[in-house]
Design a protein around this ligand. Structure first.
Ligand code: NAP
Length: 347
């Protein structure tokens, strides 16, 4: 666990406790934390007890350890770039939450229900980056791009998407811990998050793109994103309008959303939710306070599906930013890699 002490790192520690395939054997963070037991270095912010075995581990520096199979990275972008490459060069499979390598053409940017086939890009890195057979970089998307892509994927598959407008209401935990000063965000809305709109507009198209002979052809439809930071602790809400390539009715759109499923469900991966999308029909849902933990935070919750007088349809989507939007998504990626036999140089 690289960056084990932060908001996302803590989610990893929580979600890997008792995992049937993975054990946290080493935790690493900044000089501020190194040399301390994890329980002292980390300001634990989750409403469950810290797993004792991890609490007793001494926080290490970021030097690669070739004896480890998987490195989950929850590092900030200023350090992730070089550190993650160094671990992959040491023969470790790196599953990253940081933005640095997401858009590289030879790096899979994954939501396993959406584009599990993109994982095969990992094999290219032995050639493109001279990584040893067991080492590669795989990434999960920006948290808001995660929920936008999960909602668009079944519509793009069934009808083709032609244009998207999305407005986000993003939780403060999306900025890490301790994040924004309370005085800046309490009772306030900040209509700017650096780099976030571009991530929504580009990462979504990469994930919905087609893998063609080892090259991802990005989906071509335009996306207009407007982002806001709001005084909610966890959970990103998105108001999405979408124009489709075919004329279809509301029932067909609803059906595509509720029947959406993918490889994690087929393979029954340990972190896979029963359904990646949950539809709620009450007119005032989904809400972060009420709907965030459905399916353990691994599903996106869709509501308010209705016609849009400008584009074709509109809806509200809610997702857990540090679970499906970060640690939980990354663990699901690693489970997919195990199930597909991609770990250990056998790819
Ligand atoms: N928060 C979210 O909802 C979310 C969602 C998706 C993706 N992400 C991405 O996930 C990553 C982690 O985000 P976060 O919210 O967990 O951030 P965070 O709470 O600020 O945690 C950052 C982690 O990186 C470590 N770190 C910082 N500088 C370091 C250095 N120079 N050397 C070694 N370790 C260093 C910190 O260690 P110390 O505790 O020792 O300082 C801490 O463990 C970021 O790249 C972020 O963009 C976050």
């Amino acid at each position: 666990m690289l960056g084990a002490t932060g908001a996302v790192g803590q989610r990893f520690v929580e979600r890997l406790d008792g995992h049937p395939q993975f054990v946290v054997s080493r935790v690493a963070a900044s000089e501020r934390s190194q040399g301390k037991p994890y329980r002292e270095a980390c300001s634990w912010r989750l409403p469950v007890p810290m797993p004792e075995a991890v609490g007793a581990l001494t926080v290490q520096d970021l030097t690669p350890d070739p004896g480890i199979a998987i490195a989950f990275s929850a590092l900030t972008a200023d350090v992730a770039e070089e550190v993650e490459v160094a671990w992959a060069k040491a023969g470790v499979a790196v599953f990253s939450n940081a933005r640095n390598h997401r858009m590289a053409p030879d790096v899979p940017l994954l939501i396993p229900e959406v584009n599990a086939d993109h994982l095969s890009l990992a094999a290219c890195q032995a050639e493109t980056r001279r990584f040893p057979a067991t080492g590669f970089l795989a990434t999960n998307p920006n948290c808001s791009a995660t929920f936008l892509t999960m909602a668009l994927a079944p519509l793009h598959r069934a009808f083709g998407v032609e244009a998207v407008s999305v407005v986000t209401l993003q939780a403060v935990s999306g900025a890490g811990y301790p994040g924004l000063p309370a005085i800046d965000i309490a009772g306030n809305v900040i209509p700017y998050i650096a780099g976030e709109e571009a991530k929504l507009e580009t990462e979504t198209r990469k994930m919905l793109g087609r893998l063609d002979n080892g090259v991802i052809r990005h989906a071509e439809f335009p996306i207009s994103a407007q982002v806001n930071r709001v005084p909610v602790v966890d959970g990103h809400t998105e108001s999405i309008s979408v124009k489709l390539a075919q004329r279809v009715g509301l029932d067909e759109v609803r059906d595509a959303l509720v029947t959406f499923t993918g490889e994690p469900q087929e393979r029954n991966l340990p972190s896979a939710p029963v359904t990646p999308l949950i539809m709620v029909e009450e007119p005032d849902r989904p809400q972060p306070a009420l709907d965030l933990d459905r399916n353990g935070g691994m599903s996106a919750v869709v509501g308010r599906l209705r016609p849009c007088p400008v584009l074709d349809f509109k809806m509200t989507v809610l997702g857990h930013n540090t679970v499906r939007g970060a640690a939980g998504g990354s663990i699901l990626n690693a489970e997919l890699a195990v199930a597909r036999g991609v770990l250990g140089g056998s790819r």
